[in-house]
Design a protein around this ligand. Sequence first.
Ligand code: SAH
Length: 398
Amino acid sequence: MKKEVILKVKDNFVKELKAGNPLIHSDAIMNGKDLKEEGAIIQLVDERSRFIGRGYYGKQNKGTGWVLTQNEKEELDQSFFDKKIKAALSERATFFKSNDTTAFRVFNGEGDGIGGLTIDYFDGYYLLTWYSEGIYSFKETILHSLTALADYKGVYEKKRFNTKGTYVEDDDFVMGERGEFPLIVKENGVNFAVYLNDGAMVGVFLDQRDVRKTIRDQYANGKTVLNMFSYTGAFSVFAAKGGALKTTSVDLANRSRAKTIEQFSINAIDAESQDIIVEDVFHYLKYAVKKQVAFDMVILDPPSFARSKKHTFSAAKDYKNLLKDTIAITNKNGVIVASTNASGFGMKKFKGFIEGAFKETGEKFKYMEEFSLPCDFKTIREFPEGNYLKVVFIQKLS
Ligand code: SAH
């Protein structure tokens, strides 16, 4: 049993923690110097030593640890982790039964009761992502819960330990059978090639599942589609499957061309009939605006922060300008899918960028629909920052 460190919480942080916000801010703690080893169990108390919650110490970009229980009698032992993992697995029961979708999130951090840990499922393989040294120190206990409760072929992991959340290079295989990669998983009947042991990213972002399906089923037919920041081209594949006239995928990373060709190929789409452009989006946009190239549908899914040779992009600062150029290359009645995973601002502010961009370009628009995280990416009301995804479908009217 780990030793418990008692931490005093400053008055102005008590209310939020008591209301169930599980994130422990580093500046909330009065005696932070008592925190020595990540993974230590901490008991939070108020200035009059009354119990607030029990959690662990783990440094992330987000904070200094997570509260795991507000019940003073609950210990953070094997049965605690069993209970959380069991509940999460059973909430995904319909996903496990699906033949059409074999990749989804099984455990979503604080949404499922353990901040700092996510678990994804890829057709029999489980991928655990550890967001701090602290949560990693519970690895044996958590693996014990998972492997006792779930049928698995193999288990892989990603370590994202430092405070920036960057990936720690390693052999990511943990136990069971090693997978053969690419592993072909399905999402709503579409194939994805996934690599669980090849760096930080596996080939697909599962949180966009509902958006991809909507593009395929309701928007793509007969349209020319531009997919910017396309990565492995997942949106392009769904658009092509939905009957798009042609897709154009733009990403800066060299690997994106081969990865996108691969995703098309495993879905019996001729990659030759699609455009795949390896280029800085900001450069491409300049070219497209100048040449008056335009599309019926433009998907815009930039990272929250990106640095290329010439450009630093921050969603919070630069999204509006990115949209202005996007509006310029969208046909009348065309649809822009504006997406961001920036957790620093919410839907309201995001819509402010959209409205500002249309206003400044003098174009009219209509909101069609909007998305946040899908249900397997479970979030809790007490921690709204956890619901980071914002996707808005906008029709350009003029
Ligand atoms: N939309 C993708 C995920 C995007 S991930 C999907 O649905 O799967 C972010 C991608 O943006 C990365 O592939 C990265 O290479 C790319 N990127 C970052 N900065 C860029 C830039 N300036 N121009 C083009 N691509 C960029």
